[in-house]
Design a protein around this ligand. Structure first.
Ligand code: ADP
Ligand code: ADP
Length: 232
């Protein structure tokens, strides 16, 4: 479902070149919840941003749901990104818009009719248990509620995969738990593939079935979460 081959990413600052991702290979099956764990600076965020080409890889091939992301031109990439939902640590909501408008936004960009959008937003806000919050603004919501809006927006266009960039790192433990439970529910109900990055073992252990450990831009370990936590 997601296949990454030989992905390398370097950043150049004047004379200095830093290799942030070094020959990454990954395979994530459809319907999996796959966790990438590593310390700060390991390259997790760069890796997940390469998947939808928010960062341009230097070398390598990325395939998501049959589409070779690394081969797409700008126009094709814009269309492909509709099928790749993303959620963020700081939620990245539009504060001037209501909850309803935040979730409607990607549907408007995709050119859907007002009637379709109304129906779809209602359905997706119900799914994240915010059916009664459509007219609120993000600033009126708790952190957990904001992330639910983020999840609703990411799911609006029925993506093939959901990418999570430390989505629970700004939340307290109780709220983290409820967001992780929501992600599990969504994975089950929609058979949606989820790739999440985290620096927290608890998060990995709570939701993921498969995982990779990223260290200084290299994958040093990969396998099932059960096996990893059973190791002495
Ligand atoms: P993580 O998400 O695991 O904390 P990141 O992917 O954010 O790691 O960063 C990995 C390394 O890449 C860090 O050393 C960081 O400083 C560097 N880096 C990230 N983005 C840039 C950039 N735009 N320019 C230069 N270096 C960068
Ligand atoms: P406009 O496109 O005129 O700025 P909006 O983006 O606010 O309007 O809303 C688009 C459509 O969705 C309108 O028909 C509006 O009535 C409807 N709408 C807006 N907020 C909600 C909501 N919380 N629940 C259901 N429908 C809504």
């Amino acid at each position: 479902m997601i296949v990454v081959n030989n992905l390398t990413k370097t950043f150049r600052n004047g004379q200095l070149t830093t290799t942030v991702l070094d020959r990454i290979h990954l395979r994530v099956e459809k319907g999996d919840i796959f966790g990438i764990i590593g310390f700060s600076g390991a390259g997790k965020s760069t890796l997940i941003r390469c998947l939808n080409r928010l960062e341009e890889p230097d070398t390598g091939r990325i395939e998501i749901g049959g589409s070779v992301i690394t081969d797409l031109n700008e126009r094709e990439l814009r269309l492909a990104r509709r099928k790749i939902g993303m959620i963020f640590q700081q939620f990245n909501l539009l504060d001037a818009k209501t909850v309803y408008q935040n979730v409607a936004f990607p549907l408007e960009v995709a050119g859907h009719s007002k009637a379709f959008i109304r129906e779809r937003v209602r359905e997706i806000l119900d799914l994240v248990q915010l059916g009664d919050k459509g007219d609120m603004h993000p600033s009126q919501l708790s952190g957990g509620q904001k992330q639910r809006v983020g999840i609703a927006r990411a799911l609006a266009n029925e993506p093939d995969v959901l990418l999570s960039d430390e989505a629970t790192s700004a939340l307290d433990p109780q709220t983290t738990y409820s967001i992780l439970e929501l992600l599990k529910d969504i994975n089950r109900q929609l058979n949606l593939t989820i790739v999440l990055i985290t620096h927290e073992l608890d998060v990995l252990q709570h939701v993921c079935r498969h995982m990779a450990v990223l260290e200084s831009g290299r994958i040093v370990e990969t396998g099932t979460v059960d096996k990893f936590f059973l190791q002495p």
